[in-house]
Design a binder for this molecule. Structure first.
Ligand code: 5GP
Ligand code: ZN
Length: 111
């Protein structure tokens, strides 16, 4: 998708701080981090949100979460993953992405 921010990042047209990549997934640091660790995990294939996610992509995202959690040193202390979807979910970039947040005690309240 030529007008998609995350497709442009993965194409290298917009710089990003890479955390992890494989053939199906690219992960980079959020530009406006909300925790000491705030990584965006993005499927290379463009899909708008979690509703469009196929099983193969879901498995690739889960594998990436596990690797990144260890790499970022939060696997033992814990972390949060979430994906905002649509208007009420306050999704601002319409290319599926998983937020991985950690490195501090996160608030219990999520909404
Ligand atoms: P959403 O609100 O759609 O769940 O999350 C989009 C995320 O993308 C936000 O947390 C925002 O800070 C991040 N973001 C927006 N533009 C850029 C960018 O150009 N580079 C990076 N690294 N993150 C971005
Ligand atoms: Zn895209």
């Amino acid at each position: 998708m030529s007008d998609c921010l995350f497709c442009k990042i993965m194409a290298g047209d917009i710089p990003s701080a890479k955390v992890y990549e494989d053939d199906k997934v690219y992960a980079f640091r959020d530009i406006n981090p909300q925790a000491p660790v705030h990584v965006l995990i993005v499927p290379r294939k463009h899909m708008a949100n979690i509703l469009e996610c196929d099983a193969e992509t879901a498995a690739a995202l889960t594998d990436a979460i596990r690797v990144i959690a260890h790499q970022e040193g939060v696997a033992e202390s814990g972390f949060r993953v979430l994906s905002n979807c649509g208007r009420d979910g306050a999704q601002s970039v319409n290319h599926l992405h998983i937020h991985l947040l950690g490195g501090t005690q996160l608030p219990e309240k999520m909404a």
